[in-house]
Design a binder for this molecule. Structure first.
Ligand code: SF4
Length: 231
């Protein structure tokens, strides 16, 4: 078993399935996202695919709770569709998504992405990366969770965890870390989805900015603990 497989096994045993990507339950009151294991494997409708992509933009530089409020606000205003957002006034979109922060920039990104989505693009990474305002992490979120495209999502939590475990340098580049992880695990969409969600969960529970190492399930595999560079 490779070190990346071993970390996955430990995290999965500790936390179980995470039910990513969260989808808004339109029957809930107040409206909110649900995390169910089926989210990871079932084929998404076009509307869900669009919702996931919008969520990936809204969660840039903020936590999911703020992004979720913005998503709900778009749904309540009946603007969570590519047609509506592509046509909408940027200032109005910004008003609806204020809770997500950087709302003027994100409103422009959503408008640009919506026009692109209406062309029914193939899930090709260079194509998505050519859209204004979409970086590798956002695009990989979209490709993996909305389009079931096998690409591993790397974020700050991923880099922090694997550098502390001694599996990469703290300064490793996005694509180098992505390639390293991809080479160390089976190429499988469901695994990629679950692994990224588990890393986020672990970063919130234990491997925080200031880590809480005492009861961490990865403690025995962690180089930072062995080097006494963390508590
Ligand atoms: S032992 Fe501490 S630093 Fe290592 S993975 Fe766990 S929480 Fe992070």
């Amino acid at each position: 078993m490779t070190p990346f497989e071993s970390v996955y096994q430990t995290l999965y045993q500790a936390y179980g399935p995470q039910g990513w990507w969260p989808i808004v339950d339109r029957t809930s009151r107040p409206l909110h996202c649900v995390y169910v294991p089926q989210n990871t494997t079932r084929i998404k409708t076009e509307a869900e695919c669009f919702e996931i992509c919008v969520g990936a933009v809204l969660t840039q530089n903020t936590n999911w709770s703020n992004a979720e409020k913005a998503l709900v606000s778009l749904i309540e205003a009946d603007y969570l569709s590519p047609e509506a957002l592509a046509e909408a006034d940027t200032a109005y979109i910004a008003e609806l998504i204020t809770s997500s922060g950087y709302y003027n920039q994100k409103a422009k990104k959503l408008k640009a992405f919506s026009a692109f989505f209406l062309t029914r693009p193939k899930p090709e990474r260079p194509l998505f990366l050519s859209i204004w305002g979409l970086g590798p992490e956002t695009v990989d979120d979209m490709l993996l969770y909305a389009y079931d495209h096998p690409v591993f999502v790397v974020d700050l939590y991923t880099k922090r965890l694997f550098s502390r475990l001694g599996l990469c340098s703290e300064r490793i580049d996005y694509h180098d870390l992505q390639a390293k992880i991809s080479a160390g695990i089976e190429k499988d969409v469901t695994l990629y989805k679950e692994y990224h969600a588990l890393i986020v969960r672990h970063a919130k529970e234990f491997c925080r900015k200031t880590p809480v190492c005492g009861q961490c399930p990865l403690r025995s595999q962690c180089k930072a603990v062995q080097a006494a560079s963390v508590p």
